[in-house]
Write a protein that binds this ligand. Structure first.
Ligand code: GDP
Ligand code: MG
Length: 166
């Protein structure tokens, strides 16, 4: 099994931490300048049963000018070709307008979108379900996986979910 997975989410939700933790070394910390390229390979994860390429997609945001519009289109074109999209959110934050914009565009790609609720180490157990419902009441997702990238919680669950789309 092998495939391409896009990792999307606003700054500071923990995308780099997630990919770093999955790969077990600090190679995902490349240029963090937004919009420099359409897509960047964050890392390639090689497991006995799967090879997964994680892609960063910095072009997905609400365009403020013509060039921005072009870049958003380019990023969306690439998204159509991935096997699944990880939409990473911070469990301690509410859905913002930027995220709603992105989620609407993601639906158009027709690719499976997995909601990854990160930083669950920062919330109480009984808060997890209402937080997830906050997202799933507004948008539909192919899967929902709560994790803590930093505390390495449920990363195997996330990988199993990802592999089911390869
Ligand atoms: P990115 O901008 O989406 O790539 O986010 P980063 O991976 O750079 O993480 C932003 C901040 O959130 C850093 O200070 C991380 O240490 C922190 N962080 C990431 N994942 C977790 C998590 O699961 N739990 C907690 N408590 N902090 C996290
Ligand atoms: Mg990052």
């Amino acid at each position: 099994k092998s495939g391409f997975i896009a990792v999307i989410g606003r700054p500071n939700v923990g995308k780099s931490t997630l990919v770093n933790t999955l790969i077990g070394q600090k190679i995902a910390i490349m240029s963090d300048k937004p919009q420099t390229t359409r897509n960047r390979i964050m890392c390639v994860l090689t497991e006995p049963d799967a090879q997964i390429v994680f892609l960063d997609t910095p072009g997905i945001h609400k365009p403020k000018h013509k060039l921005g519009e072009y870049m958003v289109k380019a990023a969306e074109g690439t998204l159509k070709e991935v096997d699944a999209i990880l939409f990473v959110v911070d469990a301690t934050q509410k859905l913002g307008p930027g995220e709603m914009y992105i989620l609407e565009r993601l639906q158009a790609t027709k690719r499976p979108v997995i909601l990854v609720v990160n930083k669950i180490d920062l919330i109480e157990r009984e808060k997890a379900l209402p937080i997830i419902a906050h997202y799933t009441s507004k948008y539909s997702f192919a899967g929902v996986v709560p994790i803590s990238a930093r505390e390495k919680m449920n990363l195997d669950g996330l990988l199993d979910e990802v592999k089911s789309y390869l």
